[in-house]
Ligand binder design. Structure first.
Ligand code: PLP
Length: 389
């Protein structure tokens, strides 16, 4: 099918929840995507931070197809090796105790919310069940996770919500202390607010959240769905801030393109959920876990250092463009604030010139594959610079 046929059928047959860009992707290799007309694009999106090793990485394809030929799925009522191996690597590398696997980021946050409420319920009774999140946050699109999301425009049209969520201002310790009450059981935050416009949190605020959670025996949840799995140059972005969450959620980058998410639990909360309390048919599926194992195998210290270096290189180059007002983010998760031009228009023009990029609020958001080469970075930046001129 050509792009026009695909577009027409899409508009007729798929509900209109996505404002899609005018491109039909057909194939890809590394950081280069090819559309149905054979046109090539440098990819600064990685499927919104999903394709950590780029398109169709050889090692990843081999690992996934080998698993596919062996066992594609079995119920979570049985044990499987790929799932325990992913859990083993993640817990060994973080010092967390146990894992749970879901299929997406929203579901990862659901299990975190349920665990926090049950932890508090077990210890203090039913009453202490409020979850505090941050204004401008994003935690997903299920009913619980849009409630957790501190942005009104995701809420309108979908009332009523489940209740007992409250929101405090990012980086405002005074507001944090005011909003945490005797009924609060958990605080959940992103280290860099991705959908909120690539907004970095300050270390002293994140440390204050950790400290308050410890003092009041609340559950400290870090949502690393976008920042995790090497995206910022560490396995998890919280490592930059010298804190120890009780629950870390992840998704996107871990499967390298296959749907898998999950949560890691510290000693304090790792035995809260019991058989029957939570579950999912597909979570931790062997094929998705085979992809995750390959991603994690590649993300060693040298690889992560390179992510940090490539991020610093891009930040420096972007900051030098006269039209750019500022660059936020960490590692290969970057937000570009423009002086005058609209990010939406720039991203659309860049696409027609052969660069895939994203927006987040009023910024251009860049999430290239972690394996992107300097040559590909330079080619993408040149397109962006030309559009911005
Ligand atoms: C920080 C954060 N949490 C949760 C989610 C939801 O993840 P998913 O779309 O996989 O449900 C996202 C997705 O963008 C995210 O960025």
């Amino acid at each position: 099918m050509n792009k026009q046929d695909i577009k027409k059928l899409d508009q007729e047959k798929i509900i209109g929840t996505y404002g899609r860009y005018d491109m039909a992707a057909d194939s890809g290799k590394g950081a280069v995507c090819t559309d149905t007309d054979g046109k090539e694009y440098i990819d600064f999106t990685a499927g919104i931070g999903v394709n950590s090793l780029g398109f169709c990485d050889d090692g990843w394809v081999k690992a996934v197809t080998a698993q596919l030929k062996k066992l594609q799925h079995v119920s979570n009522l049985f044990y499987t090796e790929p799932q325990v191996r992913v859990a083993d690597i993640l817990t060994e590398r973080t010092g967390m105790k146990k894992a749970f696997f879901s299929n997406s980021g929203a579901e990862a946050n659901e299990v975190a919310i349920k665990t926090a409420r049950k932890y508090s319920n077990n210890k203090y009774g039913n009453d202490i069940n409020w979850i505090l999140t941050l204004e401008n946050s994003f935690h997903g699109r299920t009913m619980a996770t849009i409630t957790a999301t501190g942005q009104d425009h995701y809420h309108k049209d979908f009332y009523p919500f489940m209740g007992h969520f409250s929101y405090c201002k990012p980086d405002d310790i005074e507001d944090l202390e005011k909003k945490v009450t005797d009924k609060t059981c958990a605080v959940m935050l992103e280290i860099v607010q991705g959908e909120g416009g690539v907004v970095n949190l300050q270390k002293d605020f994140v440390k204050a959240v950790e400290d308050l959670c410890h003092r009041k025996d609340m559950v400290f949840i870090v949502d690393e769905v976008q920042t995790g799995i090497g995206r910022t140059g560490k396995l998890f972005a919280y490592e930059y801030f010298d804190v120890k969450p009780d629950i870390v959620t992840f998704a996107k980058g871990i499967g390298g393109g296959l749907p898998i998410g999950g949560a890691l639990f510290s000693e304090k909360v790792c035995d809260v959920l019991k058989p029957g309390n939570h579950g999912t048919t597909y979570g931790g599926n062997p094929v998705a876990c085979a992809g995750a194992l390959e991603v994690l195998k590649r993300l060693d210290d040298d690889f992560l250092r390179e992510v940090e270096e490539k991020g610093a290189y891009m930040k420096e180059k972007l900051s030098a463009i006269p039209e750019v007002a500022s660059v936020s983010g960490m590692g290969l998760m970057l937000g570009v604030e423009l002086k005058e031009k609209k990010a939406k228009d720039v991203v659309a023009k860049a696409l027609s010139n052969g660069l895939m990029a994203l927006t987040a609020k009023e910024k251009i958001r860049l999430l290239p594959p972690l394996t992107i080469t300097y040559d590909e970075i330079n080619r993408g930046l040149k397109i962006l610079e030309d559009v911005l001129k």
